[in-house]
Design a protein around this ligand. Sequence first.
Ligand SMILES: C[S@@+](CC[C@H](N)C(=O)[O-])C[C@H]1O[C@@H](n2cnc3c(N)ncnc32)[C@H](O)[C@@H]1O
Length: 392
Amino acid sequence: MDILLSTMKGHATVFDPFVGSGTVLTEAMRRGANFVGFDINPLAVLASKVKSGPFYVTALQDKADELVTRISLDFGKKIEADFPGMDKWFTREIAVELSKIRRAIRQESSLWARRFFWLTLAELVRQVSNSRTSTFKLHLRDPLDAPLDFKEVCRKYGAILENNISSYIEQAAVLAEILTNGVYQPAVKIKMHNSAMFSRISGLAKKIDIMVTSPPYGDNATTVPYGQFSYLPLQWIDLCDIDKAISNDILCSTHEIDARSLGGSIRNANEKAESLSEMSPSFWSIYKMLWEKKSTQGHAKRMAAFTYDLAKSIEVTGSYVKQSGYAVWTLGNRNTGGYVVPLAEIVSEVFNFCGFADVARIGRDIPYKRMPNKNSISATMTEEVTIIMRKE
Ligand SMILES: C[S@@+](CC[C@H](N)C(=O)[O-])C[C@H]1O[C@@H](n2cnc3c(N)ncnc32)[C@H](O)[C@@H]1O
């Protein structure tokens, strides 16, 4: 990013169409760039909005103290969440404690502080639900595991809050020279949006200097089910605080977010595959091999549906990049049906088709992944490649 930014005048605009927890956002902010980020998952949008500030350190510490006091003085028994499966995923006692926290957050008057507290609550919900923490998927805990102690819930929240405030203070210190009274001045826009569809945010066309991202490497169902991971936390968060445009439909089932993500629908997969044949010969040759064997036709369909959506996202997001602007995508190859899918090759072919030229390619071993340890994808990905392309 540094090399590319050094070639640009003024405040460049960096764009991450799959913003996730905001790694690219943070790096762009450290360099004083404008930033646009999209994600289909409201929890990712919340995390990124929190990371973008404002950084009112003293005010946050005071508000956190008030929040903890409000929680400790609440002896109410009313449960503040209601969704199918509530009793399966939370014991009544734990739901009562989570409700105290939810009520206390709702009483906070500043949106920026509520967002910080919601994100902290999301972390807690993962720890105290009846779902295993060792996987992104929703799976009931082993009944033989030690039961969760409801008396610990509010204390745990306080501990996570303290930890998150430390990270916030560190981030404020890193950005100190760039912030003005705690506020990051260059423009930051983070939206819940499907990056495979054109955005209604006006004026994005040809406005992006550098698109930097790491997209999903396959459909969520067979790689990382980010949606299932977020389902329970989001039931305890006021979605309108994340983004006014978010509707509750996104939580209509545990699979809805994953279904809306890239490759979430395999409908018309064969037609989708055909439409990619000219654009990406690398895709087409793997697809044909998978389709030839009955046992791997399911893999062929899933790969076609995912690649089709990914190609759409390249077409859409590529149109936002300025002439001579850059796209920097980090990708991993994955195995499917016994074949390695050369994702970097496929993506660069689609970019070429959309008018981008290859500039460079950098390979690296995956240094670390903050993934639960029982995730099947980690066994199938060994290396990541960053491809750099310029719009001609
Ligand atoms: C690998 S993560 C992104 C990591 C992030 N780029 C980073 O560098 O920290 C993939 C993200 O893509 C999001 N995603 C999947 N399909 C999407 C879509 N159609 N539109 C926008 N975001 C999507 C997921 O919700 C997830 O947060």
